[in-house]
Design a protein around this ligand. Structure first.
Ligand SMILES: [Zn+2]
Length: 69
């Protein structure tokens, strides 16, 4: 079983740079958080998930992020 993710980043600037499931894990207050961008600053805006498997987070991002035209 993979990592559990307790927070996801919803910062608009980071979502705009989202990588479609190729983001990064961040340790936040001893728990695992996920941001779907890699090359921005660390000023994330975290939303609590209540604990979701990482695989589920990545699948959701892969569906929501449109492919470049
Ligand atoms: Zn972020």
């Amino acid at each position: 079983m993979g990592a559990m993710v307790y927070f996801v980043c919803r910062r608009p600037e980071h979502l705009a740079a989202a990588r479609g499931g190729e983001g990064r894990l961040v340790i936040r207050h001893g728990t695992t958080a996920y941001c779907d961008c890699r090359d921005t600053d660390d000023r994330h805006e975290w939303i609590a998930t209540g604990g979701v498997p990482l695989e589920q987070i990545l699948e959701r991002h892969a569906r929501e992020v449109p492919l470049p035209a």
